[in-house]
Design a protein around this ligand. Structure first.
Ligand code: KG4
Ligand code: ZN
Length: 357
């Protein structure tokens, strides 16, 4: 079964054709990064206008790459939540148009669950094994930072999340403060390699490191507003030299990533999960990938790092995940709503080995 996936929840217009959940026939991503760079963040209405301009050419290019036409597509899937509403509406209207015109099933996809699936596109074998469950997923992007536990029966719950900024947002905002450009994550990743991560002692939110005990209900939660404010003060009224800048960036990156690593490790042991998966745009970060690999080896867990091409927003994860709903005979009606919100109860994840309809 071939599924056409469409993604327009933020600033990427993407389409992909995926056969049976795992075989990616073609994947196209058109980024609007340059458009939003001058604002240091994504402007929803601008994003929507750009999606409208790009969506047709992106889908056409994807079909062409796979040497397919729309009549050979068995179902259409689209990110329907969470995301920027004006941006989501473009992809959703387009997908519904295709579903109605071609009389094929429509599947609305949760972007957050799609990011998790992105880590497993190339690891179908792990999803078939009940012994790999519960799986612990760290989802770290520009919009989300959360720890999710997925049971073999598909039940999935967010057990911790950020109380303020997402990790990617914390990196993007620091880059903005330092005048480094947008998006900040990849720039910080690069500059940090030339700096000393021990040069500055940036705060590690909700870890008890500042001598303040963490309330039990926040054990797996995150907070990145403090570290961002600390950066603001660190460079107030001064212009750092290149080396000072690299040291600041490396120390800041370490403060953000060390918390992600320590809380993920704590949660993997607490919930007794044999597999840890890491996904979302920030999962591209080389420091995070290295530190998590070391920690997973230390605590004896299998680490599944999403490949960089499926970390940032893409439609392969959308089309792939949709196949699992379809194999359980689940699809959506043409009046399917879009939503900006994310519930902590993620419902039943259809790719779990014992997921029931
Ligand atoms: O998943 P994504 O493409 O979009 C959202 O759903 O948010 O993630 C984008 C985020 C941005 O904050 C960007 O700065 C961050 O991922 N990012 C990185 C790296 N590449 C992208 N953060 C750290 N290191 C990277 N190499
Ligand atoms: Zn995303």
């Amino acid at each position: 079964m071939i599924v056409l996936g469409i993604e327009s929840s933020c600033d990427e217009t993407a389409a992909a054709l995926v056969r049976d959940g795992h075989e990616v026939l073609a994947s196209t991503i058109s980024s609007q990064v340059q458009l939003h760079a001058g604002y240091g963040g994504v402007i929803p209405e601008l994003a929507a206008r750009e999606h409208l301009r790009n969506i047709s050419p992106v889908i056409d290019a994807t079909l062409e790459k796979a040497s397919l036409d729309l009549n050979q597509v068995d179902a259409v899937a689209v990110t329907s939540n969470p995301g920027l509403i004006p941006a989501l509406l473009v992809g959703n209207a387009y997908a519904k148009g295709i579903a109605a015109a071609k009389q094929i099933p429509l599947v609305g996809i949760n972007h957050f669950i799609a990011h998790i699936y992105g880590a497993f596109i190339d690891h179908a074998e792990l999803l078939a094994e009940a012994a790999c469950f519960p799986i612990l997923a760290l989802v770290v992007s520009g919009g989300h930072t959360a720890i999710v536990v997925i049971q073999a029966n598909g039940r999935a719950r967010i057990v911790g999340s950020t109380l303020d900024d997402a990790a990617g947002e914390a990196l993007d905002k620091a880059a903005k403060i330092l005048g480094l450009g947008y998006p900040g994550g990849p720039i910080i990743d690069r500059i940090a390699k030339t700096g000393n991560a021990g040069a500055h002692d940036f705060p590690r939110g909700l870890t008890g490191a500042a001598g303040k005990a963490v309330k039990p209900e926040h054990r797996f939660d995150f907070s990145f507003s403090g570290v961002k404010t600390a950066m603001l003060y660190a460079v107030k009224d001064r212009s750092p030299s290149n080396q000072e800048l690299a040291d600041l960036v490396a120390s800041y990156q370490a403060a953000v990533m060390d918390v992600l690593v320590s809380k993920t490790s704590d949660a993997a042991r607490h919930f007794n999960t044999p597999v840890i998966c890491v996904c979302g745009g920030v999962a591209c970060n080389s420091y995070l990938r290295e530190k998590l690999s070391e920690e997973a080896a230390r605590i004896g867990r299998q680490l599944v790092l999403a490949p960089p091409k499926y970390c940032t927003d893409n439609a392969a994860m959308v089309a792939g995940l949709a196949w699992h709903y379809l194999r359980h005979q689940l699809s959506d009606d043409l009046d399917m709503p879009t939503s900006a919100r994310l519930n902590h109860d993620l419902g039943i994840i259809p790719f779990a080995p014992q997921a029931k309809r």
